[in-house]
Design a protein around this ligand. Structure first.
Ligand code: ARG
Ligand code: ZN
Length: 868
């Protein structure tokens, strides 16, 4: 039976300022696997008249409690499951709480936990309450001093936030004290104790502060840490140049741990990272891994200002720090090279995962209004759509105006816990603009749809674009007002040359769509004028604009903006896929389009990275977005058919281009990366020719002779996804070679669970018993099982095997690690868009999950939302 009565959501509008201040927090940890003793002494100040102090706590054993040095008797306080109330407290007082916790039994990886011999913490969002009783909310900022005691032999490094102020040994026990001068909320607290290899470097800030940089990795992994260290220095320099923001402590530490629920955490002065976002060398990491390391290192570093110095008032404001920081890390990556590719990759994330979330039962605005389990809101909506909203501000205000707004924001709010509203107001005030309508982006969920109607009369030289917008209803929100949508655009003529058109003497380059229906008139002397809308994906919307293939090809050849050119190719592919599904016939591409591709492939001047994107048709998940009820089997069929058609029609050109690969080139630089992207994209297509001896030889060569993980993985993935007969041989060889490298074996697990062929669920089930897999490690679960939940065809297999596999995994993880369980659940929530007979099976699966014993709030929230 589900006990929904015990789950109480919180509402954004119920926010109340804290009733107490915690001036200082003095923590002492006596580390022990099963009985770590935490002594927490806080200098508190009561702000109002209510003299009851209510602290948060979760799963804590209380060992002692005293106020101003006097132990409290039982009548002076009250304990419930998740609160500690202390009655009749004075105006200012010192409260000391001693708790005992069990880090070795903590499998949720929230709070203080021990894994693989290391103690570490994860406190965002509400993990600190699993360490001690506290005002565990982001608007309570305190100065922390942390003392750690532990046996030196097992834990030579004892780390916490800020500066190390004392260190000594008593027998075998080492004691280290850290002091963080910057007041911070508890979610930014961190502690690490373990044995590591240490990579040390330094960075001198623009004002001359010499910062010690320390990177802690598992013993033996030092050579794999160089890239992350270099990326950190690039990030520090970039934030000074582009945002004029400089680091503020004398030490910056990054620790890589193997057991971590998320990517990384920006704890003040002591970032804790999932090791997959730190460790990278060309033998074991792909180029994409390198790119991810740089992005995440940047992201956590950039939080020092956008998140730490200026933090969130409450968790509903999460996008204040995450949307902004994602925008900043995206710009950092773009400025480090391959801006266009980075943008297109970010757009792909939006269009597949974020648009899907916006259409799901868990749809929420970037600033949610109602939250049951905060961990459920670290989403592509809050992060990536949040970043798109910041990007739109950047588009509307320009780089100069945006930076003026940033300056006002930081200046006004340094040291404060603030809201999204404060951010928008800073942008408004600094630029003297009115963003009232723009604020809707924070308030409304769902992906706005913009329909376009286009007319051009060459005899009069006048044309018009009619735009109509509508945002679909989402749970709890209907009849939404029109949004403020910046639509960048270009025009090309019939020869695929970029042209300018004018409206009232000004070139038409940006339309600010604010009405439900808006008409833009323009004039041009050209014979033919083809509009190309949404340059740089200037707004997170769905654009509905049917343009003939000839026009799309003109855009593909002539638009200046790389996103527009790529998008034209994707629209051509999508049309071909949808037609084939509609007519229940094989996929067709026009000769004209094939010619365009062939020319691009044969032209040595075509940027190989952009070419690789052109050669990747939309995924099944992207195609699925086009349907209310997803024709799953047909979608899988036509996507595979399209790739094999491309391989067939372009075989010789592809092989010629492929031959240009330099198999010995290993370095991670823009050009080498671009060429490898292209090589892999070509392999993904050619592998559909199962009988072709030449291709088999090439794939074999790529798999075994290239000495980069990028190319080896490229060949392996190509073979597995195209169900090429060489796949089994490659898989076996790969496992032999890399069996001892956990992060590498994650790739091996993931490639198998994303295979389209039938019986994948059974194979994945078998792999859960393979030594490379571990139910206790989130990386393994994400690689094998979360990847499987995105395998549209096999997750929704008609025999129910996909659902059974994931149901079993979620049941097992419900209590062990609810955050991970909850991530596996998300792709199952869209049961209403799955055809029968699977729809009924899926719904039953969700209903059964709802009856799990001790159902975690993370799962309860999603299930009740989906089944409502
Ligand atoms: N603030 C971290 C980051 O984005 C993520 C923390 C995620 N925590 C969580 N409980 N889901 O950099
Ligand atoms: Zn973040």
């Amino acid at each position: 039976m589900s006990e929904s009565v015990t789950f109480e959501p919180k509402y954004r509008l119920d926010y109340q300022a804290p009733a107490f201040r915690i001036h200082t927090t003095n923590l002492t940890f006596e580390l022990d696997d099963h009985a770590t003793r935490v002594t927490n002494s806080m200098e508190l100040e009561r702000l109002g008249d209510d003299d009851t102090l209510t602290l948060d706590g979760d799963d804590l054993e209380l060992a002692a409690l005293s106020l101003d040095g006097v132990a409290l008797d039982a009548k002076a306080y009250q304990r419930t499951k998740d609160k500690l109330k202390i009655f009749r407290v004075p105006k200012r007082f010192l409260l000391t709480v001693v708790t005992i916790i069990d880090p070795a039994r903590n499998s949720s990886l929230e709070g203080l936990y021990k894994s693989a011999g290391t103690f570490c913490t994860q406190c965002e969002a509400e993990g600190f309450r699993r360490i001690t009783y506290y005002l565990d909310r982001p608007d309570v900022l305190s100065v922390f001093t942390t003392t750690i005691h532990a046996p030196k032999a097992s834990y030579p490094f004892l780390l916490s936030n800020g500066n190390c102020i004392e260190k000594f040994e008593t027998g075998s026990i080492q004691t280290v004290t850290w002091h963080d001068p910057f007041p911070k909320p508890a979610y930014l607290f961190a502690l690490v104790a373990g044995d590591f290899d240490l990579l040390e470097d330094s960075f001198t800030t623009q004002s001359g502060r010499v910062v010690t940089l320390q990177l802690f990795v598992d013993r033996g992994n030092l050579p794999r840490a160089d890239f992350a260290m270099a990326a950190l220095k690039r990030a520090m320099a970039w934030d000074e140049q582009r945002f004029n923001l400089e680091y503020d402590l004398d030490i910056y530490m990054v620790v890589a741990v193997d057991f971590f629920n998320m990517g990384a955490m920006e704890n003040k002065g002591l970032n804790i990272f999932n090791s997959k976002y730190v460790l990278a060398d060309s033998e074991t990491a792909t180029d994409q891994d390198f790119i991810n390391v740089e992005a995440v290192i940047g992201h956590e570093y950039f939080h020092n200002w956008t998140g730490n110095r200026v933090t969130c008032q409450d968790w509903f404001q999460l996008s204040l720090k995450e949307g902004l920081t994602v925008f900043r890390d995206q710009e950092f990556s773009a400025d480090m090279g391959m801006r266009a590719v980075k943008r297109i990759q970010d757009v792909r994330i939006m269009r597949t995962h974020q648009f899907e979330e916006d259409a799901s039962p868990m749809a929420h605005p970037i600033r949610p209004d109602k939250v049951l389990e905060m961990n459920n809101f670290y989403t592509v909506t809050v992060y990536n759509k949040g970043a798109e909203v910041i990007r739109m501000l950047h588009t509307l205000l320009g780089e100069t105006g945006f930076q003026k707004g940033m300056k006002t924001y930081i200046h006004r709010h340094d040291g404060q816990a603030v809201t999204c509203e404060d951010f928008v107001r800073a942008m408004e005030d600094a630029n003297d603009v009115n963003l009232s309508q723009f604020r809707h982006w924070y308030a409304y969920a769902g992906t706005p749809e913009v329909d376009v109607d286009y007319q051009f009369d060459s005899t009069t030289g006048s044309g018009s674009l009619t735009l109509q917008q509508h945002t679909p209803d989402t749970p709890g929100q209907s009849n939404k007002p029109p949004m403020h949508i910046p639509i960048r655009l270009e025009f090309v003529n019939a020869h695929g040359e970029r042209i300018q058109v004018v409206s009232e003497h000004a070139p038409v380059e940006l339309i600010e769509l604010t009405e439900r229906r808006q008409v833009v008139h323009f004039s041009s002397p050209e014979e033919k004028v083809i509009p190309a809308l949404l340059a740089d994906f200037s707004a997170p919307i769905r654009l509905r604009f049917e343009q003939p293939e000839d026009d799309l090809i003109a855009i593909l050849n002539g638009a200046h903006d790389a996103f527009l050119r790529w998008d034209a190719s994707q629209r051509i592919y999508l049309n071909a896929l949808r037609n084939a599904i509609r007519q229940d016939d094989s996929v067709e591409l026009s000769e004209r389009f094939i010619d365009v591709l062939e020319t691009a492939i044969r032209n040595q001047n075509t940027d190989p990275a952009l070419l690789s994107l052109l050669l990747q048709p939309p995924s099944e998940e992207t195609l699925a977005q086009e349907y209310k009820v997803i024709p799953i089997a047909a979608a899988t069929r036509v996507v595979a058919e399209l790739k094999s058609l491309l391989a067939l029609s372009l075989r010789d050109a592809l092989l010629a281009r492929y031959a240009a690969t330099d198999w010995q080139q290993r370095s991670f630089n823009g050009n080498a990366v671009a060429i490898r992207m292209c090589t892999n994209a070509i392999a993904q297509l050619l592998a559909y020719h199962h009988e072709d001896e030449v291709i088999l030889r090439e794939l074999d060569k790529q798999f075994s002779q290239s000495n980069t993980m990028t190319l080896a993985m490229g060949a392996l993935a190509a073979a597995v996804h195209a169900e090429h007969p060489a796949a089994e041989r490659y898989l076996a060889h790969f496992a032999d070679q890399w069996g001892h490298e956990k992060l590498v074996m994650d790739k091996w697990l993931a490639v198998q669970s994303s295979a389209p062929g039938s019986g994948t669920a059974q194979k994945v089930e078998l792999l859960t018993h393979h030594p490379a897999f571990d139910w206790g490690n989130p990386n393994r679960i994400y690689a094998l099982l979360a990847t499987f939940t995105h395998n549209l065809n096999q997750l929704h297999a008609e025999d129910g095997s996909g659902y059974a596999l994931i149901e079993q995994a979620i049941s097992r993880l419900n209590q062990q690690n609810p955050q991970v369980a909850s991530r596996l659940l998300s792709p199952l929530l869209k049961w209403r868009s799955i055809p029968e007979p699977q729809q009924t099976q899926l719904k039953r699966t969700l209903e059964r999950l709802q009856t799990l014993d001790n159902l975690a709030p993370d799962l309860h929230e999603k299930l009740s939302q989906a089944l409502a």
